[in-house]
Design a protein around this ligand. Structure first.
Ligand code: AMP
Ligand code: MG
Length: 315
């Protein structure tokens, strides 16, 4: 299959309405979308990515009124979060609407809903005129794509269209919050810090403990975000072993930078998150064997960054 490239949201949306798969930019990472109301098209998302069938998709809409097409109701805490953070990189888990095909939610009775903030995404969703379930547009397990080129590398020839946009802003995915419980619970840390949610709601449960038998966010069970290179976490760059095929990424500069194949010193946590998946992919292109990645302090965006680093390092 030839994958067509376009910068026109209307053209990309026309593909989607025909039951085809379209990758599109958002403020977090690129997504791979289909029409929520065409179950065969939604099934092809799982095939194209090699995504486990038990991992539910986040449904993207462009207007608040559309939420009632996919969710049965919005509990009060969810409404408060909607008022404060939406549109934006926040996914609300809500009770599912009966009419939404169950393939979208992997059979769950709840649905993840997000309204992206990026204007190109909004134009695309507006032109689609239908809810758009979309996971990240990468081969399952690989780092999420933060550029259209990364989408093409992973899925070119397997999807119908890529809506071309710029590098994504946040670089990490949305924060997933379960609004069906009281208090609400963060299922996946992401671009909106849990501290910001607490400022609005008071109590917010943290992410579920590692190794929990049945995590409420099934996707967090699967291997994720991993480059081909091995990722080793370090507290400080002094732990990095020299080597031509070794790379380092972190906030502190390593003393022995010249003895490494690649070095990426990031200005702050925001920049680190923005660049991480891109760096992982560049290291793979340069055939780096080991990426030493410095963990950061677990606050604000640092929580999401550490989460992605830990998952990339787990194998
Ligand atoms: P991605 O695969 O990058 O799109 O990430 C989507 C994340 O949202 C995964 O971790 C999913 O498990 C999670 N998710 C989506 N829908 C639901 C849902 N209904 N309940 C719990 N988690 C969900
Ligand atoms: Mg993903």
């Amino acid at each position: 299959m030839a994958t067509s490239l376009t910068t026109s949201p209307a053209e990309a949306a026309a593909h989607l309405r025909r039951g085809e798969l379209v990758a599109f930019p958002t403020e977090t990472v690129y997504g791979l979308g289909a029409d929520a109301l065409q179950p065969d098209a939604v099934r092809r998302i799982f095939e194209a990515k090699g995504r486990p069938a038990d991992n539910p998709l986040i449904v993207h809409v462009c207007r608040r009124e559309q939420i009632k097409q996919v969710a049965a109701r919005v509990p009060p805490a969810g409404q408060q979060l909607l008022n404060e953070f939406v549109p934006g990189p926040l996914t609300l888990i809500l009770p599912k609407h009966d009419h939404l095909p169950s393939v979208v939610t992997a059979g769950l009775e709840t649905v993840g809903v997000r309204i992206p903030r990026l204007s190109q995404t909004q134009s695309f969703l507006e032109a689609c005129g239908t809810p758009v379930p979309a996971p990240s547009a990468n081969q399952s397990g690989r780092p999420s794509p933060t550029s259209w080129e990364a989408v093409e590398d992973d899925l070119g020839g397997r999807i119908d269209c890529i809506l071309r946009g710029g590098r994504t802003d946040a670089g990490v995915e949305s924060t997933v919050v379960d609004c069906t419980t009281d208090p609400v619970a963060v299922l996946r840390p992401g671009a909106i810090p849990v501290e910001s949610l607490r400022q609005v709601l008071g109590t917010v449960q943290g992410a579920s403990p590692e190794g929990e038998a049945a995590p409420r966010s099934p996707g967090t069970r699967h291997r994720h975000y991993a480059p081909s290179a091995r990722v080793r976490l370090v507290d400080t760059p002094s732990e990095v072993a020299p080597g031509e095929d070794h790379a380092y990424v972190g906030l502190d500069a390593p003393a022995q930078a010249c003895a490494l194949g690649r070095v990426h010193v990031e200005e702050d946590v925001q920049a680190y998150a923005h660049d991480l998946f891109h760096i992982f992919r560049t290291c793979d292109e340069k055939e780096i064997e080991v990426i030493y990645a410095q963990t950061v302090s677990a606050e604000g965006m640092g929580r999401a960054l550490n989460d992605r680093l830990r998952r990339a390092a787990a194998r």
